[in-house]
Write a protein that binds this ligand. Sequence first.
Ligand SMILES: Cc1cc2nc3c(=O)[nH]c(=O)nc-3n(C[C@H](O)[C@H](O)[C@H](O)COP(=O)(O)O)c2cc1C
Length: 189
Amino acid sequence: MDVLDAIKSRRSIAKMKDLPVPKELIEQVIEAGTWAPNRYLTEPWRFFVIQSNGRNELSKVMENIVIQSGIDLESEEGKRKLEKEKNKPFRAPVIIAVAAEVTENGKALRIEELGAVYAAIENMLLAAHGLGLAAYWKTGNACYNPLMKEFFHLKEKDEVLALINLGYADSEKNPPHKRPLQELIKWIE
Ligand SMILES: Cc1cc2nc3c(=O)[nH]c(=O)nc-3n(C[C@H](O)[C@H](O)[C@H](O)COP(=O)(O)O)c2cc1C
């Protein structure tokens, strides 16, 4: 697939089939992430592949985050929120948590370490698309919660930047509206 075609035809796919994804494909997606630009070659990305029963562990973390939020779990709203968060890890056969392990060498800037990992995430979404897989970049408040970092044994300075849902598409999505380029570009010449 041509690169520009891949960029334009990639979509966030919500519904995925309950089918496992071969390990080789998962590794190809992750490897694509590692080819992203990164200043001082710090390679700040870390990947956590959560699948099959591992999703129960992530579900437990999601549950604890809701409980810790202090929401009234006796209320209808509280019950709904708890169920919704607990079920999120089961929306895809594979979830790849992508984290930035921020380098502390006095040179690498935090903003650039995060930027490199964001670039890696887009590489991964495009690779998944090129490999015939569906992917969806998810975050939500849970992603940035300290309990999530703890689950992955990350330090306070580190960040979980994506929970990529990965699988085989079971739904389609129309492309979103894009603002005309003229609104976004200023030519300075
Ligand atoms: C940093 C970041 C976080 C995102 N988090 C979520 C999320 O938590 N839930 C969600 O439904 N989509 C999330 N998305 C995906 C966007 O909603 C999606 O990319 C957008 O709707 C455009 O659709 P497309 O990816 O099909 O072009 C996130 C995207 C980015 C860049």
